[in-house]
Design a protein around this ligand. Structure first.
Ligand code: C2E
Ligand code: CA
Ligand code: CA
Length: 506
């Protein structure tokens, strides 16, 4: 289940991000479309009002003639031929003197009381037939022309928007929505975007699209959603496969530790002056039943990351005790046995206990147990690490700073830690050759170690020149293929038998 969590979360994150982008794109397109629809509706109402202006001009002319019978007929014709207009009326000196309706009928209740506004929406209760209208007015000598526009045509314009933009016509404080009568706009709490006419005092108000709409997503973005879904599932699947591989390696390693497949190899550390055996470094090897020996560079980093380094090191320590204890009579007094310790282990609560168990294994024997702490990881960051190592140093363990010169710890670490000696990394020793300037780096590292009064072990000695250089620099503790490669327990016994016994202490 733990292994599934990460791929599922990644796939989900990808899918939701994709949905967010699709939704944003659709919302953006919808907003654009709504804006265009509102502009088109405004234009249509402008066109309707242009008819009203034309009819008003005709009425103005009729009024100038004194509203004759012909003039009245002309008004009727005008209203009949202009499809969106309902009636045209002429008011002079407070009286309706002429209308387009038969028999000079009047549609508006008390038209004389209408305010003098160019455009206004009249609710149904102000009309004889109870149907609301839009009124356009034009001033003339001694009065005004009143043109009414049928609400049905305005509603058609508002409702013709093919998208679901909810629209209303707003004139002054009043509005006419798709359904219902003329209402007070502000009281109706109809907040939205406004598109104003450039020619007449009205606006079209419309509800902008919601940022998120599931219906819109499913209707318009389904093909992209399917694509994103397929992509997310694929990515999740690939992560699962990749994770599966690395976690199965971890599982294999866990089993290997349990089955005792991690075995110690021993590399001699010699005294360069005498060639005598001074100690050993324990190096882990994975004796894989199918793949043969796996080098530590492959599995140690995974063991460190997963925390398996702790049981791994404990297992190695136990094996070292079992293998080397019977050999101690053959080994010099004060023989150094070095084990590599990872920072992760030093920080663990069990660390001091684990080392004490290791020490107890050799109780009563003249050996020095060396904890090789690599400088490749930052050491000083954790105060427990320094505290733990110093506790063990006080308990008789030897502390060696491994890979000196390659890592992080710096000089501050040397001050805080009780270090017995440093191991100069093989990468510095390897550079030493007959070539001029090949020793510059190593000169510096040795110089630094000497200035800090630190004892030195040189690692990775492979050639005669390297040995001579180290001798010239009075470095006597040496390790490398020149003296012997890391070997199995059986081969190590042979090495012991071939070397002179030597007693040494740091
Ligand atoms: P290290 O602690 O610096 O160990 C020395 C490495 O240099 C070993 O590689 C050794 O085989 C190699 N070496 C020694 N002399 C020579 C030489 O003359 N020439 C060359 N080319 N190489 C030489 P190895 O055994 O492959 O170990 C690699 C690293 O893996 C070690 O570096 C150490 O950091 C880590 N390691 C090995 N065993 C353990 C372990 O039990 N625990 C932990 N935490 N790390 C381990
Ligand atoms: Ca080491
Ligand atoms: Ca090294």
């Amino acid at each position: 289940m733990r292994n599934l969590m990460m791929p599922i979360l990644c796939a989900l994150f990808l899918f939701l991000s994709g949905m967010l982008i699709i939704n944003w794109q659709l919302w953006h397109m919808a907003t654009l479309s709504y804006t265009q629809t509102a502009a088109a509706s405004t234009q249509k109402i402008d066109n309707i009002l242009a008819e009203a202006v034309s009819a008003a001009n005709t009425a103005k002319h009729v009024a100038a003639q004194g509203c004759t019978r012909d003039g009245q007929l002309e008004l009727g014709t005008e209203a009949a031929l202009k499809p969106h207009l309902r009636a045209v009326m002429i008011q002079q000196q407070g009286q309706i003197i002429c209308t387009s309706l038969p028999g000079n009928g009047v549609l508006i209740v008390r038209p004389q009381t209408l305010p003098n506004e160019t455009l206004m929406l009249l609710p149904g209760n102000r009309l004889v037939n109870g149907i609301p209208v839009l009124i356009f007015q034009m001033p003339i000598a001694d009065g005004r022309v009143i043109v009414s526009v049928s609400d049905a045509h305005l509603r058609d314009v508002i409702a013709s928007a093919t998208n679901s933009a909810d629209m209303a016509l707003v004139v002054g404080e009043r509005m006419l929505a798709r359904t219902g009568d003329v209402r007070d706009w502000k009281a109706a709490s109809w907040a939205g975007a406004l598109t104003a006419s450039a020619h007449f005092p009205f606006s079209v108000v419309w509800q902008p699209p919601a940022f998120f709409s599931l219906t819109r997503l499913l209707q318009q973005g389904w093909s992209l959603i399917l694509l994103i879904l397929a992509l997310s599932v694929t990515v999740g699947f690939l992560i699962r496969r990749y994770k599966g591989k690395s976690s199965s390696f971890e599982d294999d390693l866990r089993k290997a530790i349990l089955h005792g497949e991690i075995v110690p190899y021993y590399q001699p550390i010699v005294n360069g002056d005498t060639g005598g055996l001074y100690g050993v470094e324990v190096l882990a090897r994975w004796k894989h039943p199918k793949s043969g020996f796996i080098p530590p560079d492959v599995f140690i980093p995974i063991a460190e990351r997963s925390g398996l380094i702790i049981p791994l090191t404990k297992g190695l320590m136990a094996k070292v005790v079992n293998q080397l204890k019977p050999l101690l009579p053959k080994l010099p007094d004060g023989f150094h046995i070095g084990v590599n310790i990872s920072a992760r282990h030093i920080n663990a609560p069990s660390f001091i206990g684990d080392c004490r168990v290791f020490g107890k294994g050799f109780q009563g024997k003249e050996v020095k147990l060396v904890l090789e702490v690599t400088e490749r990881e930052p050491l000083i960051d954790n105060p427990h690490l320094v505290e733990n190592l110093n506790t063990l140093h006080n308990a008789g363990f030897v502390i060696a700073l491994d890979d000196f010169g390659t890592g992080y710890s710096g000089l501050s670490c040397l001050n805080a830690l009780a270090i017995d000696y440093i191991k100069i990394d093989k990468s510095f020793v390897n550079r030493v050759s007959e070539e001029k300037d090949s020793t510059i780096l190593l000169d510096c590292v040795i110089d630094l170690a000497k200035k800090l009064s630190l004892r030195i072990v040189a690692e990775g000695v492979e050639t005669r020149e390297q040995l001579e250089y180290l001798n010239r620099n009075e470095i006597t503790l040496l390790q490398g293929y020149y003296f012997g490669k890391p070997v199995s327990y059986i081969d190590f016994i042979k090495v012991i038998l071939s070397k002179p016994r030597e007693t040494m202490s740091l």
